[in-house]
Design a binder for this molecule. Structure first.
Ligand code: DAH
Length: 354
């Protein structure tokens, strides 16, 4: 019995893998294994012999079985260790770079403009990009025969044949938001309306879609003086330096009197600097809101008066950030966007200011 015991415990200890271990199990305690055969011999023994041999054989069988189980676990652990050596994952590797997007200059300037006017008490108003021709033209004192309609290179929405309602247009300017805001909120008011506008025009300095910001302030006693102060305040904050403005008499159907506004600048070998020098650069149209426009918005022109202005967002973005080509704004060229774009963290907010 001791020989058997030693023989199998040694064999188990020396087994190299699970298959070898299974062979040993069959040889020892399988149906025809050595220990099992010995147990069968118990029947031929005398009862006295059986009394010592029986428990001893059972104990031997148990001992071999637990040695087998322990070895089996040890083999599995060793196999796992071996696998882990070749299949490990180094979680300490630095993460791969992720491309970070940038904020488009138009979005950046849109927020800058909004933050500056918000500081002066202007709220933001919005209107649809598809307008009726009434809001885009008639209500702004541009009747059907007016040359301004022809000049605007308007995109007209298609109408089904036989449908002779007046056409919808892609708004050619942000001025219709003036009417919508007056209708909905009455007077007094102080708003800007930044947004997309459309004209069928495409060359070096024009794209069929571009951006404007409209301004409208209505109260009892507003004048061109306040208009001028607001605009100079705006340009100085926007360009970060004191900027003079020059008002030139002009004509717009929706303002009377009307002025085109230039800002002070210098030209140095092909590039402009705003806020210095004695050249002038035209940046916006403005004036006192025409009585007919107030009336179209449901406001009594005998009681209220106000000023309005409209300027190109893309244009003032080019001026501030030295971007030479307007068309590149809308090319979606990633190299351009990475070069001229802004970090998301440097965008001004309404509450954070510039
Ligand atoms: N709507 C004009 C345009 O697109 C710009 C403009 C001029 C807006 C004078 C105004 C204004 O509010 O008073 O070209």
């Amino acid at each position: 019995m001791d020989d058997l015991r030693q023989k199998y415990l040694d064999a188990i200890a020396g087994a190299g893998d699970e298959a070898a271990l299974e062979d040993i199990r069959l040889q020892a305690v399988g149906k025809k294994g050595e220990v099992s055969l010995k147990m069968r011999e118990l029947g031929k023994m005398t009862p006295e012999e059986r009394q010592t041999a029986g428990p001893a054989l059972n104990a031997l069988k148990d001992e071999i079985n637990s040695a087998l189980a322990a070895k089996k676990t040890a083999l599995a652990d060793a196999a796992l260790d071996e696998r882990l050596k070749s299949e490990w994952l180094d979680v300490t590797l630095p993460a791969r770079d992720r491309r970070q997007g940038t904020i488009h200059p138009v979005s950046q300037v849109w927020e800058e403009v909004t933050a500056i006017f918000a500081d002066m008490g202007f709220a933001v108003a919005e209107g649809p990009q598809i307008e009726t021709d009434w809001y885009n033209f008639d209500a702004l004192n541009i009747p059907g025969h007016h040359p301004a309609r022809a000049e605007m290179d308007t995109f007209y929405m298609a109408r089904a044949e036989g449908d002779d309602r007046p056409p919808h247009v892609l708004r050619t300017h942000t001025s219709p938001v003036q009417i919508r805001h007056m209708e909905a909120n009455g007077a007094p008011c102080r708003i800007i309306a930044p947004g997309r506008v459309y004209r069928a025009d495409y060359d070096q300095t024009h794209t069929p879609m571009f951006h404007q910001v409209e301004g409208l302030a209505i109260d009892k006693d507003l004048s061109m003086a306040q208009l001028k102060w607001v605009l100079e305040e705006f340009f100085s904050a926007y360009f970060g330096t004191s900027v003079k403005t020059r008002f030139r008499a002009s004509h717009f159907p929706f303002t009377e009197p009307s002025a085109e506004v230039d800002i002070q600048c210098s030209w140095e070998n092909g590039s402009v600097k705003v806020g210095e020098g004695d050249d002038w650069l035209e940046v916006l149209g403005s004036g006192m809101v025409h009585p007919k426009v107030l009336r179209a918005g449901g406001i009594d022109p005998d009681e209220w008066q106000g000023f309005a202005f409209g300027m190109g967002i893309d244009r003032i973005a080019m001026l501030k950030y030295g971007i030479p080509d307007l068309r590149a704004f809308f090319d979606s060229d990633l190299r351009w966007l990475r070069h001229y774009g802004f970090s998301a963290l440097s965008v001004p907010t309404l509450h954070g200011g510039l």
